[in-house]
Design a protein around this ligand. Structure first.
Ligand code: TYD
Ligand code: MG
Length: 452
């Protein structure tokens, strides 16, 4: 009988220690190290000692027979795109996100829409709760089974009976396996349950989607190794107070991680947003100062976003700078550039900046729109509704070129903008777009064209 083996794991980051310590040396958290019983490891020597049969042989890459990858269409354009064209059979997808963002809603919605046998396993909600949610989303579905169970062995038993085409687990942190003694949600339980599910997925070629909780600093709870084990890691994000949600891939073995899916949370589930620019721009047509529109690119998709700035005299000695959806340090840098290079005295002003729709953008190409919004609010002169911007600002106050400028110009053109400001140094090889492309190199050029 083998001795039970234990090890110490940091519950925050998953680092393993041989003995207890007070502070995790990897993530610097205190009192997070907990002893857990780990699976008995069978030490199989890498050399064939006669008892091991050889199962896999090296194959020349040219001789591998790879027919075109079959992809399961999951009836959700945005999700399909983020996955790289659909779900690959036998793959494991991990979906992470803040509590209440809509992970369960998104996956239940997919399970209900699909015309395949789906098994939705929930360890978090009761059958009644799920039924109520299902009623809201898609009231009549005949092929979706719901199971409330947390023990993996029991789940596999049910899977053997039902033989589902796709399995959804809500959530990996609530599962526990009999082979491990520690409690559900601990590092070694998560690892073991994920390993069992991976074995199941690969052996039966059934895709499995897992929901994962995230920790307070935004990482998926559990061992980092979980993210290495699965094929795809998706993140569902957005501001809970707004209706828009963004789905992005952080890791994808079967596609690009640059794609992005946008949803709108409604009373009856999540609606796919196929034309994001239109919803992110506010519809008001009265000219308000402090608003500018930027042409940004998220993943492969061009997106027009609205930036609002408010500049007012500071009430306190130290002026406030506050941002929503934009990096505050970058705002400070742009204000310094405006002060030093363009001579605008904003040192004694409060500056507030907001990207509408509750989305966060870190594309530097929105710099020029940020500056335009600030200057417009400062001078209290509105920018015309059909003008937009796509350029980065350098520390010397120069207007710098941005990537994929043609795509941005075309998107602005498509949405009916009449003028777009871009850097003089951008090489543009477009054949006569309808839109007027203003080439600028200094902030002063923009000011004189917009406000004088
Ligand atoms: P949920 O999927 O439970 O979030 P998660 O699983 O990520 O914790 O979503 C919860 C929120 O979504 C909840 O605040 C209510 C809202 N919601 C809607 O607005 N419309 C709907 O149709 C549904 C089902 C939920
Ligand atoms: Mg949930």
């Amino acid at each position: 009988m083998a001795k039970t083996k234990t090890a110490f794991f940091c519950q925050n980051c998953g680092t393993q220690y041989a003995k207890w310590v007070g502070q995790c040396s990897a993530c610097k958290e205190w009192n997070t190290i907990v002893e857990e019983i780990i699976h008995k490891e069978n030490n199989i020597p890498w050399k064939d000692n006669g008892t091991q049969e050889v199962t896999a042989k090296p194959v020349l890459v040219g001789q591998i027979n790879a027919s075109r990858e079959f992809r399961l269409d999951i009836c959700d354009k945005e999700f399909n795109r983020v996955l790289g064209g659909g779900l690959v059979p036998g793959s494991l997808v991990l979906l992470g996100g803040e509590p209440g963002i809509g992970k369960s809603t998104l996956l239940l919605q997919i399970a209900l829409r699909l015309n395949l046998r789906t098994l939705y396993v929930s360890g978090e909600e009761s059958l009644k709760q799920i039924k109520m949610r299902a009623e809201r989303i898609h009231p009549n579905n005949q092929t979706c089974y719901i199971l409330t169970e947390t023990k993996t062995q029991n789940i596999f038993k049910q899977i053997n009976d039902i033989a589902p085409d796709i399995v959804i687990i809500d959530s990996i942190q609530t599962l526990h396996s009999d082979y491990i003694e520690s409690s559900a949600g601990s590092i070694s339980q998560i690892r073991e349950c994920a390993a069992e599910l991976i074995r199941f997925a690969k052996e039966t070629n059934t895709p499995v989607i897992l929901i994962g909780h995230i920790t307070k600093d935004g990482n998926i709870a559990g061992p980092k190794i979980l993210e290495h084990m699965v094929d795809t890691v998706l993140q569902f994000e957005g501001d809970r107070n707004y209706v828009y949600r963004i789905l992005r891939a952080l890791k994808n073995r079967f596609g690009s991680t640059a794609e992005l899916g946008i949803y709108e949370m409604q009373g009856d589930g999540l609606r796919e947003v196929n034309n994001p620019s239109e919803v992110l721009l506010s519809k008001s047509d009265s000219g308000l100062s402090g608003t500018a529109i930027a042409s940004t690119v998220e993943g492969m998709r061009p997106l027009m976003i609205e930036i609002q700035a408010l500049v007012s005299s500071a009430v306190y000695g130290t002026p406030q700078r506050s941002t929503t959806g934009y990096n505050a340090k970058r705002l400070n840098m742009l204000l310094a550039v405006l002060e030093k290079r363009a001579g605008f005295k904003l040192g004694a002003k409060d500056v507030f900046l907001n990207i509408t729709g509750g989305i966060t953008v870190d594309d530097p190409a929105i710099d020029l729109a940020v500056i335009a919004a600030i200057l417009s609010s400062n001078a209290d002169i509105p920018i015309e509704k059909n003008v937009c911007f796509a350029a980065e600002i350098g520390l010397a106050g120069e207007i710098r070129p941005v990537q994929r400028v043609e795509q941005r110009i075309l998107e602005a053109d498509k949405l009916g903008f009449s003028t777009i400001f871009v850097s003089k140094n951008n090489k543009i090889a477009l054949k006569q777009p309808k839109i007027n492309v203003e080439l600028v190199s200094k902030i002063e050029d923009v000011v004189s064209k917009l406000f004088l």
